[in-house]
Write a protein that binds this ligand. Structure first.
Ligand SMILES: [Zn+2]
Length: 258
């Protein structure tokens, strides 16, 4: 069974996902999110159930054990491997490479539950139903902007053994779309005026070694794009950039843009 880890911030979680993706050359795609409380509501327990535990769920829902502190559930989220099950709706298309990611029914996923804890209302003494109910109503009554809130993110990130039906690690690099940072870097270089594929290729390799993944072999196409890929991205940046400038000039001339 995969291990459930606890994260205190969104960044910690995203860094952990990224580390896993880089380590095994896999990619996870957000599949769905069930919002229970909105982040903008100041995470008030109004109308939401105040809980002390949330257990007994069958997999894949993460169970939250009793710790004495009341909480509300913010949301549940699932990321699937990019080679995960075929979906009817929301099929992700990689716009930049214009290729739909191949689905191979890989079961590997990341399950996430975000909760908001109210540590000032921790139960002291036995956890009777009465004590829980009393604390819940006190919490709802006395909640204010100064109430201490603590975000806790529970996440189980699939290990490399859970990926099925496709290559992972070094071998996976051949069939993977380019890493997002690589595309951004090509764009940046093109915007700086670099047009020569060979020099962009060298600068990219340097960038990967210094900033992204020093140990990844140059055969990995996710980090080391082919000359053709580089040429395409330079072209799109240059042509795309011109289009925006032309549109601006157009609106400017019509007095539509300040
Ligand atoms: Zn997979």
């Amino acid at each position: 069974m995969p291990v459930t880890r606890i994260f205190k911030t969104e960044k910690e979680l995203q860094d952990a996902i990224r580390a896993e993706e880089l380590k095994h050359t896999v990619r996870f795609v957000k599949q769905w999110r069930r919002q229970i409380a909105s982040n903008e509501e100041g995470l008030s327990p109004d109308g939401k159930r105040v809980r002390f535990e949330d257990e007994g769920h069958p997999s894949p829902v993460i169970n939250i054990p009793y710790e004495g502190t009341p909480f509300i559930i913010i949301n549940n989220e699932v990321y699937e491997c990019q080679h995960g099950p075929q979906r009817m709706k929301g099929e992700k298309k990689d716009v930049l490479t214009s290729k739909t990611t191949k689905k191979l029914n890989c079961p590997a996923m990341i399950r996430i539950r975000r909760i908001m804890k109210f540590p000032e209302y921790k139960i002291n003494g036995p956890s009777t139903k009465k004590a829980k109910m009393a604390l819940s109503s006190t919490l709802k009554r006395s909640l204010s902007d100064t109430t201490i809130r603590q975000l806790v993110i529970y996440a189980t990130i699939a290990s490399n053994e859970e990926h099925k039906n496709h290559a992972i690690g070094e071998n996976a690099g051949y069939c993977q779309p380019l890493y997002g940072d690589i595309i951004r870097k090509i764009k940046e270089l093109a915007e700086e005026g670099h047009r020569k594929v060979t020099s962009v290729k060298l600068l990219l390799a340097q960038y990967v070694r210094e900033h992204l993944a020093p140990d990844i072999p140059e055969t990995n196409r996710r980090f080391y794009p082919t000359s053709k890929d580089i040429r395409n991205h330079i072209y799109h940046t240059v042509v795309g950039g011109r289009l925006v400038i032309n549109l601006k000039a157009h609106y400017w001339s019509k007095g539509l843009m300040a």
